[in-house]
Design a protein around this ligand. Structure first.
Ligand SMILES: *[C@@H]1O[C@H](CO)[C@@H](O)[C@H](O)[C@H]1NC(C)=O
Ligand SMILES: *[C@@H]1O[C@H](CO)[C@@H](O)[C@H](O)[C@H]1NC(C)=O
Ligand SMILES: *[C@@H]1O[C@H](CO)[C@@H](O)[C@H](O)[C@H]1NC(C)=O
Ligand SMILES: *[C@@H]1O[C@H](CO)[C@@H](O)[C@H](O)[C@H]1NC(C)=O
Length: 356
């Protein structure tokens, strides 16, 4: 783990740039690296971005038990750029299928590569992150964060290697990036507000997902999410909202605009019974409302191109579907629609039976 220890406002720094190569937790006393020790000035005027390079994670033995590899903590005004060649190499391969990792449930212990925690005014741009042990980039308890021109890669079967995960944050933008991993391309978790995802190529991997929300009865909410100009290729889903039965809170005012799908298992999904094998009646649900889909097209790998699986509590409302054409190459495409209320306009295929 390396915490980049900077608390200075308006510091211009290039994390991928000070002096490249191996950052090994074992090699430093407490795993805290101050870029000023590596020649950065942080005076707001000096360009601290002289040397590009690769930051390579230490082998798992040196940092097992850590939740993350690198963190920006409580920084205001930070620009991190890799100048297009910067690379974080998480060397996750030895974590993914080891005994201490379990891809299902809470005991999953592999660390996140890079965490932005309790920061404001942060821009991360123009670098790649590959083979992170778990998530590539997590943004938490932060505001005004812009992630742009990033590339995240990991094999399709590497567990939970999400490209970008966001929670408890607002004013976050993820733009012009390419993500192909074994997890979500972008996952928008509890406490996210005013998030824009614009211009992403996603695949292989799962989806751009809102949720999951409301696990074990938790009250969790997400609102004002704008997902647009996204291309999904060979992903397991695409535009997805997932909540647990019995949860409280809401997922509302979410739009998916100009999305195309190529060979996506289940392109459009709202599921209020996420990951629960049994539907327990009258459990209640995280309320899903004011969801707008506009101009979605492409191909579904399975027959069910649209899946709105909502609880009987009537908490899936104001679902608007405008101009959708998602086909199934081997026959009729279908929409599954349970307990969703809303309307369609323009050409919508497949026809969504429970909407007006
Ligand atoms: C986040 O930063 C603010 C000051 O900017 C501080 O008051 C607060 O305690 C911090 N929260 C955490 C969880 O570190
Ligand atoms: C898919 O979407 C991307 C990004 O919006 C766009 O550049 C591309 O032309 C689209 N492809 C098709 C086949 O519509
Ligand atoms: C998508 O999957 C198909 C096989 O289903 C494969 O032929 C194709 O190369 C894949 N495309 C990408 C971009 O991974
Ligand atoms: C519905 O969501 C959109 C964003 O998709 C937002 O602009 C609008 O204000 C919301 N409407 C209501 C009534 O909350």
């Amino acid at each position: 783990m390396g915490i980049i220890g900077i608390r200075t406002a308006t510091l211009l720094l290039a994390a991928l740039a000070w002096r490249s190569v191996l950052v090994a937790a074992a090699g430093e006393a407490d795993g805290v690296f101050n870029v000023k020790d590596y020649g950065a000035r942080g005076d707001g005027t000096t360009d601290d971005t002289k040397v590009m390079g690769t930051i390579t994670a230490p082998p798992p033995g040196a940092w097992s038990g850590q939740k993350y590899w690198m963190m920006f903590y409580q920084v205001q005004g930070l620009t991190v750029t890799g100048g297009s060649t910067g690379l974080l190499d998480g060397r996750g391969r030895s974590w993914w299928w080891s005994d201490q990792c379990n891809r299902y449930g809470d005991i999953y212990k592999a660390p996140t590569a890079l965490v932005v925690m309790n920061c404001t005014d942060v821009e991360l741009s123009k670098f790649s992150s590959k083979n992170s042990p778990q998530m590539h980039i997590a943004v938490s308890q932060s505001s005004k964060v812009h992630l742009t021109q990033l590339t995240t890669t990991a094999p399709w079967d590497s567990p939970n290697t999400d490209g970008v995960h966001i929670d408890q944050s607002e004013d976050v933008r993820v733009t012009r990036s390419t993500m192909g991993t074994g997890g979500e391309c972008v996952s928008i978790g509890p406490g996210s507000r005013f998030v824009t995802v614009d211009g992403i190529v996603c695949g292989p991997g799962r989806a751009v997902s809102v949720g999951s929300l409301g696990k074990k009865g938790a009250t969790e909410s997400v609102e004002y999410i704008d997902v647009k100009n996204v291309q999904f290729i060979n992903t397991s889903s695409g535009a997805r909202i997932k909540t647990w039965q019995g949860g409280k809170g809401y997922a509302r005012s979410i739009s998916f605009t100009n999305i195309n799908f190529t060979n996506v298992d289940n392109p459009v999904v709202i599921n209020q019974f996420y990951a629960d094998p049994y539907h327990i009646p009258n459990m209640g649900a995280v309320a899903v409302s004011n969801i707008t889909y506009t101009n979605l097209k492409g191909t579904s790998r399975y027959r069910t191109a649209v899946e709105f699986v909502c609880s009987e509590s009537g908490s899936c409302t104001n679902i608007h579907v405008n101009s959708v054409a998602i086909t199934f190459p081997y026959g009729e495409a279908l929409a599954l629609c349970q307990n969703a209320q809303g309307d369609t306009s323009g050409y919508v295929y497949p026809k969504i039976p429970c909407l007006r």
